[in-house]
Write a protein that binds this ligand. Sequence first.
Ligand SMILES: Nc1nc2c(c(=O)[nH]1)N[C@@H](CN(C=O)c1ccc(C(=O)N[C@@H](CCC(=O)O)C(=O)O)cc1)CN2
Length: 287
Amino acid sequence: MSDESYESRIIDGKVLAQQVEEEVRSGVEDLESNRGVSPGLATILVGDDPASKIYVRLKHRACERVGIRAEDHFLPAETTQEELLALIDSLNKNKDVHAILLQLPLPKHLFPQEAMEAISPSKDADGFHPYNMGKLMIGDEGLVPCTPHGIIRALEEYNVPVKGKNVVIVGHSNVVGKPMAAMLLNRNATVSVCHIFTDDLKKYSLGADILVVAAGVKHLIKADMVKEGVVIFDVGINKEEDGVYGDVDFKNVIKKASLITPVPGGVGPLTVAMLMKHVLMCAEKSL
Ligand SMILES: Nc1nc2c(c(=O)[nH]1)N[C@@H](CN(C=O)c1ccc(C(=O)N[C@@H](CCC(=O)O)C(=O)O)cc1)CN2
């Protein structure tokens, strides 16, 4: 088969993100004209990690597109935990700020868990607060982490059945792997969570109907590690001098997959779009 004929197998994250953003834009208009509320997001970036700067910029651009007010709080790398907590406290109290986003990772001397717990659960656009994570675990999904939420949206849009399917997740982070597992269990998938300590990853990945890879290892998943017809979400962003690469050897694996996300242009744009959705949810709940 020529490379062109594999095109229909690609899940276009940019197109899906545009769809989600369109829904948010109309929700924002509705909230403004009928309830007089203009949704506002405050982003916090500590330090000058180049990738984090790009992601925060992408989030601000998305806010502009959908009509969300966004304020940018940039703190220098030497910021103390107390200073960070003081900023979060003031944003929690600010009625014009409906949602708060603390960009991760934080500089090594700071304590991300304590900072995330300081964000009011009702303003937790990222869904990282233990209250929101706890709700997710018991099947009450409200504010949930953006990347897994984007993947669930893509599964729905592409009519991929989840119930009873074997899902393998590679990576057990709090940002992607663990919440992804909970969201899929909530939908009655059979979920295996693998990670860097998993012995014989291939043994698991070969059984996957749906494979979510968030390991941060360039081209970890090769064509001989997946079965024909698998649906793959590649969350990896591995930056090298000549470009950005995913955790999946896309060029070869697409020959076996029925659907697959590319990097870039797959899960990343969806993550940002779901954040917009969450800001709108926070603003709606504030009423
Ligand atoms: N507070 C949070 N921090 C982090 C999260 C998160 O969801 N909340 N996730 C990641 C980074 N991230 C969002 O913050 C993110 C990563 C990638 C993209 C994206 O659109 N990537 C582009 C490629 C961009 C490039 O070339 O650098 C793509 O995939 O097309 C958006 C958001 C960690 N931190």
